[in-house]
Design a protein around this ligand. Structure first.
Ligand SMILES: *Cc1c(COP(=O)(O)O)cnc(C)c1O
Length: 368
C-alpha cells in the first residue's frame, strides 16, 4: 500500500492480553475469543490465531459469514455464531462445524425442512437466554419448555446455555447481580428438563475481569483481548491496546488571521497560525463526530480544525512543522498518548466503536 495512514496491530499485545486474562481466571474456565467485526477492527484471522496461541479454547463471531471466512482461512477451533442464523442456512453450520445460537422452538420448526436427512452430524447449539439486555434470547419458562423437546433430539447437542450482561462496565452492580440471579434460576429449568449442557456462560470481558466468580464454565472475551476494559474497575489485571494509528503531514501552510478553511468555511483563524493537512477522513472511519478530538505531532497535542473531509482533515500546529512529520491519531508519541478511551468519549461511545469503525482503506500492518 502507498498511503501514509496505517494502523499498526501488535500481535504480541493480543497474545499477552489473552494470556493475562486466562491467568486471572480459575484454571478450569474456558476462554472463548470473540473476533466478530473483523476482530474488533484488528483483523479476525490474525486475532483468532494470536488468541489460540495464548490459550483460547473457542472462538465466537456475530454472523455466519464471519464464521465461514475464518474457516476459509483454516481456523480449526470451535466457533460459536452469536446471532441466530437463518433456519434455511442450517447446512452451512453442519458442513463447516459451526455452533449456532438458538433461542426458540420456532427456529427449530422453521429449520426442519432444510436439514438434509442424509447428514449424520450433530447440530451443536448454544441456547441464548435474555436476562435483561432485551436483545436475543428466551425469557420465560414457557419458552424454555417449548424449546426443550427440540434440544433433546438425537441429532442435537447442547454445547452451551448463555446470557449477556447489559451493565458489566458500570460501577453500580445491582442490575448485573439481578441478571446473574435470573440466569441461575434459568439453570434450574434446564436441570429440571434433564437436558445435558456442556458449558454455562454469561461473562463478557468486563464481567469476567471484575467478577471471576461469574466465569462459570467459560468466558467470552472480545474487547479485553484488544486492550479495551474498564481499567478503573479492574485492579488485578493490566492490559494494553493492540492497535495504534499513525499518519504523516502531507502539507503545511500558514493561515493568516481572518482566513478560513474547510468545507462551509467551517474554521476561521483568529490569529496567524500553522495548519497541517493529514490524509485521513470520514471514509477511513474518522467520522465528523471526532471533529473535536486531538492528535499528536512532534509529541504535542494538536486540534482538528474545520470539518473533517472524506479523505483529509486539517490540524492546527503548535508552530511550523514539515510535511512528512509523523502524526499519531491513536497511541504514543514521545511522552504523550492518545487513547481509545478519550476518542470514544468524544463520540459518546466505547473504544470498540472507534476500532471497528476504521474502514478497509486503512491498511493494517502487523508486528510481533
Ligand atoms: C460481543 C459479545 C461478547 C464480547 O463482549 P466484550 O465485552 O467485547 O468482551 C460476548 N458475548 C456476546 C453475546 C457478544 O455479543
Amino acid at each position: 500500500m502507498h498511503r501514509d495512514t496505517v494502523a499498526e496491530v501488535s500481535i504480541g499485545a493480543i497474545r499477552d492480553n489473552v494470556a493475562r486474562i486466562k491467568r486471572a481466571l480459575p484454571a478450569r474456565v474456558k476462554l472463548m475469543a470473540v473476533v466478530k467485526a473483523d476482530g474488533y477492527g484488528h483483523g479476525a484471522a490474525v486475532a483468532a490465531a494470536a488468541a489460540e496461541r495464548a490459550g483460547a479454547d473457542l472462538l465466537a463471531v456475530a454472523y455466519l459469514d464471519e464464521a465461514l471466512q475464518l474457516r476459509a482461512k483454516g481456523t480449526l477451533l470451535p466457533i460459536l455464531i452469536l446471532t441466530p442464523i437463518h433456519p434455511a442456512e442450517v447446512m452451512f453450520a453442519l458442513e463447516h462445524d459451526l455452533m449456532i445460537t438458538v433461542a426458540s422452538a420456532d427456529w427449530f420448526r422453521r429449520m426442519a425442512p432444510y436439514r438434509h436427512s442424509s447428514c449424520r452430524k450433530k447440530l451443536k447449539v448454544h441456547v441464548k437466554a435474555d436476562t435483561g439486555l432485551g436483545r436475543i434470547g428466551l425469557r420465560t419458562r414457557e419458552e424454555w419448555d417449548e424449546l426443550a423437546p427440540w434440544l433433546s433430539a438425537e441429532d442435537v447437542e447442547v454445547d452451551g446455555f448463555y446470557t449477556h450482561f447489559a451493565t458489566a462496565s458500570r460501577e453500580d452492580t445491582r442490575f448485573l447481580r439481578q441478571q446473574a440471579d435470573t440466569f441461575l434460576a434459568m439453570k434450574t429449568w434446564v436441570a429440571e428438563s434433564g437436558i445435558a449442557v456442556r458449558h454455562y456462560h454469561c461473562a463478557g470481558s468486563a464481567a469476567a475481569l471484575r467478577f471471576p466468580e461469574l466465569a462459570m464454565d467459560m468466558v467470552r472475551i472480545g474487547a479485553a483481548m484488544f486492550g479495551f476494559y474498564p481499567e478503573e474497575l479492574v485492579r488485578d489485571v493490566s492490559l494494553r491496546p493492540a492497535l495504534s494509528l499513525r499518519s504523516r503531514l502531507i502539507q503545511v501552510k500558514l493561515l493568516r488571521r481572518g482566513e478560513c478553511l474547510g468545507y462551509d468555511n467551517s474554521y476561521v483563524a483568529e490569529e496567524d497560525q500553522w495548519i497541517g493537512t493529514v490524509p485521513i477522513g470520514y471514509a477511513d472511519g474518522w467520522s465528523q463526530s471526532l471533529r473535536h478530538s486531538e492528535m499528536l505531532v512532534n509529541g504535542i497535542r494538536v486540534q482538528v480544525v474545520g470539518k473533517i473531509c472524506m479523505d483529509q482533515l486539517m490540524v492546527r500546529l503548535p508552530g511550523r512543522c514539515e510535511p512528512g512529520d509523523e502524526v499519531v491519531l491513536i497511541g504514543r508519541q514521545g511522552e504523550e498518548r492518545i487513547t481509545f478511551k478519550e476518542l470514544a468519549a468524544c463520540v459518546g461511545s466505547v473504544p470498540q466503536e472507534i476500532s471497528t469503525g476504521l474502514s478497509e482503506r486503512v491498511e493494517r500492518i502487523y508486528t510481533e
